[in-house]
Design a protein around this ligand. Sequence first.
Ligand code: NAG
Ligand code: NAG
Ligand code: NAG
Ligand code: NAG
Ligand code: NAG
Length: 546
Amino acid sequence: MDERNRAIFLFFVLFVVLGKPAANQPLLDVCATCHTDATCEEKTDGSGKVCNCKYGFVGNGRTFCQDKDECQIGSSKICGQHTTCHNTYGSYYCTCLAGYSPSNNLDVFIPNDGTHCQDIDECRVAGQCGEGGECRNLDGSFDCSCQEGYRVHNGAQPFHPPTDHALCKVVDCGAPAAVEDTVQVSLTGTTYGSVATFVCDEGFVWRRGHNSSVCAANGLWRGLTLVCEAKCGPIPFLANSEVVWHNRSVVIHRCMAGYHSWRGSNASLCNSSGVWETATLRCVEIKPPINHLLIHYERCLHWKAEKYEEDTEDYKVTYSGSRDYQTLFRDKGKRFLSSKADQLTLCLKLLPVTNYSITITALSAKFSATITTNTSLPVPPAPVVYYMEVETPAPTLQLQRSPNTLDPLSLYQVFVLPVEGIMMFDCSSPRSLDPSVKIKSSEEYITAQLSVRNIGTHINFTVGDGFFYGGFHNALLESGKNYYIILRAVSQWKTDSKSSCVLWAKVTGTPYVLSISLVSAALLVAVVILAAVGGYSVIWCIKKIR
Ligand SMILES: *[C@@H]1O[C@H](CO)[C@@H](O)[C@H](O)[C@H]1NC(C)=O
Ligand SMILES: *[C@@H]1O[C@H](CO)[C@@H](O)[C@H](O)[C@H]1NC(C)=O
Ligand SMILES: *[C@@H]1O[C@H](CO)[C@@H](O)[C@H](O)[C@H]1NC(C)=O
Ligand SMILES: *[C@@H]1O[C@H](CO)[C@@H](O)[C@H](O)[C@H]1NC(C)=O
Ligand SMILES: *[C@@H]1O[C@H](CO)[C@@H](O)[C@H](O)[C@H]1NC(C)=O
């Protein structure tokens, strides 16, 4: 019943009570008729007694008094804000709503005793929202949300423990991801605020930026800005090599096929300042330790040493010479040489017209190379003659010589050259050793041919003694004629021949004053030898002197 209806009801009750005239009725004991929940009271106007329902009851006081529900008019009106009104038989009391506490600190109160219901600050109780939760006090309540670094689980925020099962859990970023070109060196954890520290990988240097990463509230690692710059750059290049294996800080090299290195490191390393420390191996073409072996000028060995630059190599050179024309002949020798050079020359004293086999051994490399060579036919040495000017018919001339290893290939020819007009003598021609072949050109002829092998160091030869020498007739010189006697030394091996000539004597048929002095004769001899050495067809002119 609302208040208006209640007012109407009360009015009606009053009308019933007051509207019934009681004038003609016998006077009743009013008090005896009062309801048990009523009291008998003097009327205020003094006109008698009246039954009034007790406090907390409503009714006519006689036939009915019923409990008055005081709470009906609203707890907030009766008990105050944030209260609950509890009706009791004939009375009522108040309690505070959940989330509020009575200011009298008792469970119940009645209105008008000064008690009011005040908000409870639930957040004063620590841990209300659990770990990582943030409590917010509300009027009569509270709610929870998650602190920075925490995230709500099993629900949404704000949440209300314990009715919600939601709770806050710390953010976990998990293991930090690998960052290219860096190495993680420390990690304080994986949850919010944890720090992971990185350093540059080998081969990289830290140019700028932060070297650490922090687990952020959003569950991601953040803050690493390490710049991995300036690595050592491209793999270093080594001539004639190839890369076997590499990573960013180490390169292993190897010589290409056909090349080798005696020593040196095969690894290039990227150092801390971003520079390659290049491998020291040097790849050189694989060649024999003795290479390009050649003979110069028939006696000088020339070769290229294939070795590590700064090494000294010891060489042993042995040679052995033999001759087809001298079965017992052997020319053997040995030389030692130590050198750092990579181009070497060694000149040997080799004998002429000999086949040599020369072996060079590089001792530390334990390598030998052999070369064969032959030496050529030299111009034979002219014997020392005692120049004479003598008279016909049979002058005896002398010569002296040094025995020579080429003696088996050599012979002496004695030419007789009549002195007539302009004379010409060619030392290198004719070559004929055959006595039957007449010298075509002039009056000159060979009067004797002596095999050098059969003569000693000293001979006396008599021109025109009538004997045969080597098949040539040593004919008597004509008296009255003048002659030049020329001695020619000839060496011959296979198709090659060399000769030298010397004026031995002038023979006069009739005595006259000689005009060729010893000195000038010696000069002529010199000219002849020189010309023969030069290998030209020598024309020797002797002017007739009157
Ligand atoms: C490269 O390899 C070497 C040898 O295995 C190793 O010590 C080094 O840590 C590696 N560097 C990088 C950057 O991988
Ligand atoms: C990270 O950087 C700081 C300076 O910013 C430096 O002191 C520290 O040594 C660095 N840590 C590492 C592991 O390099
Ligand atoms: C050198 O050897 C060659 C070939 O065997 C031979 O013909 C020649 O006669 C030899 N020469 C000497 C001087 O022995
Ligand atoms: C000597 O050697 C040369 C070149 O090595 C060769 O041409 C020549 O035939 C050789 N002569 C002889 C007689 O062995
Ligand atoms: C050559 O003649 C000289 C002087 O006439 C003489 O002393 C010498 O013994 C002779 N030599 C020979 C080998 O006959």
